[in-house]
Design a protein around this ligand. Structure first.
Ligand SMILES: *[C@@H]1O[C@H](CO)[C@@H](O)[C@H](O)[C@H]1NC(C)=O
Ligand SMILES: *[C@@H]1O[C@H](CO)[C@@H](O)[C@H](O)[C@H]1NC(C)=O
Ligand SMILES: *[C@@H]1O[C@H](CO)[C@@H](O)[C@H](O)[C@H]1NC(C)=O
Ligand SMILES: *[C@@H]1O[C@H](CO)[C@@H](O)[C@H](O)[C@H]1NC(C)=O
Ligand SMILES: *[C@@H]1O[C@H](CO)[C@@H](O)[C@H](O)[C@H]1NC(C)=O
Ligand SMILES: *[C@@H]1O[C@H](CO)[C@@H](O)[C@H](O)[C@H]1NC(C)=O
Length: 287
């Protein structure tokens, strides 16, 4: 060490060493930023910079290919990704628009000051919410049921899981996650079979990430009787409506006929009635 120092290391060399060490530590230890975006969403983020220093260039890259940035004295290739924009006010803030699942990955921010280059790695993860899982149930002779659960359009790949209280009454049949090769979006589905020997199984649901299906009841024979009851009620209601319409029709026809026939007899009837009244009023005087 002393011998090394005796070699009269110039001060600028020491300075260079410190700068290299600084860059080394900046790029390896400190400078890693995690970003989260949503498919179809926008993202604004800031590459860490030293505000007091002037910047010679700022390159934003992915896998060593240029995405966007600027250079103080050079024209830089204008191959910026069309879904990125540099901020008008802040010199190292980047806006990304309409994120896709394929935008996920590591990006690099290169900031060159007069005294060194600083690299920051931006780790971008992109997610898309799975649709609310939908279930369909198929039962066989009331002995067993198979429930299918489907959820669409999520990212990344997530397996469907089941919430079943009675762990002996069910069996996972299969899981499948199908990814669209272009959009990378995933449809996740699963089937589970249920043993109905111990009756109804309540509060069953399937989940994919934070999305959960409604709770369902499996192995319920009253599902059928419920349907039957509903059908019966529907038939009864229809009958009542038809019958009362029919009765009203008959009644109005009857009234119409009566009115036609009654026109002639009206006078006759009135006199008869008047006669009866007369008798009634007369009667008390008799006694
Ligand atoms: C993303 O930005 C674009 C352009 O500014 C805007 O039209 C769009 O509504 C934004 N989308 C979301 C999800 O904020
Ligand atoms: C990075 O780029 C190299 C060459 O440009 C390519 O071979 C490699 O597959 C790319 N890696 C990723 C993760 O895109
Ligand atoms: C996705 O789910 C998260 C958490 O439930 C929620 O905060 C976010 O708004 C959802 N995104 C969309 C686009 O619905
Ligand atoms: C999963 O299992 C169910 C029931 O056994 C079956 O109907 C379905 O076709 C299977 N799906 C796949 C992707 O294998
Ligand atoms: C995912 O499901 C949607 C809706 O059913 C369908 O339109 C789409 O083609 C499916 N994608 C894949 C990769 O199977
Ligand atoms: C359902 O469970 C009963 C009793 O636990 C058992 O005897 C029967 O074999 C099971 N059925 C199926 C299809 O697993």
């Amino acid at each position: 060490m002393q011998r090394f120092l005796k070699q009269k290391l110039c001060s600028w060399r020491l300075f260079l060493l410190w700068t290299l060490l600084y860059i080394f530590f900046m790029s390896d230890a400190a400078a890693q930023v995690h970003l989260k975006g949503e498919v179809g969403g926008n993202l604004t983020f800031h590459c860490p910079d030293v505000k007091s220093k002037s910047i010679d260039f700022f390159y934003f890259q992915k896998n060593n290919s240029f995405i966007n940035g600027y250079h103080l004295s050079k024209d830089i290739p204008n191959e910026a990704w069309s879904n990125t924009r540099m901020d008008d006010k802040d010199r190292t803030t980047v806006h990304m628009f309409n994120l896709k699942a394929s935008h996920e990955g590591d990006y690099e921010c290169y900031i060159k000051y007069s005294d060194g280059l600083v690299q920051t790695v931006m780790k971008l993860s992109v997610t898309a919410n799975y649709s609310k899982p939908q279930t369909t149930q198929e039962c066989h002779d009331g002995l067993s049921c198979v429930v299918h659960c489907v959820s669409h359009g999520g990212y990344p790949r997530i397996r469907i899981t089941w919430d079943v209280l009675d762990s002996h009454a069910w069996k996972l049949e299969n899981n499948s996650e199908v990814q669209d090769p272009d959009t990378l979006m995933v449809n996740s589905s699963s089937s589970a079979s249920f043993n109905c020997s111990s009756g109804k199984l309540r509060s069953i649901r399937c989940c994919v990430g934070d999305s959960t299906s409604d709770h369902i009841t499996v192995c319920k024979p009253e599902d059928q009787t419920g349907k039957q009851l509903y059908m019966n009620m529907l038939i009864t209601a229809t009958c009542i409506v038809l019958l009362s319409t029919f009765a009203a029709l008959i009644y109005s026809i009857y009234k119409h006929i009566n009115r036609e026939q009654g026109k002639g007899r009206k006078q006759e009837a009135k006199e008869e009635w008047a006669g009866e009244l007369l008798c009634l009023t007369v009667k008390p005087e008799d006694t």
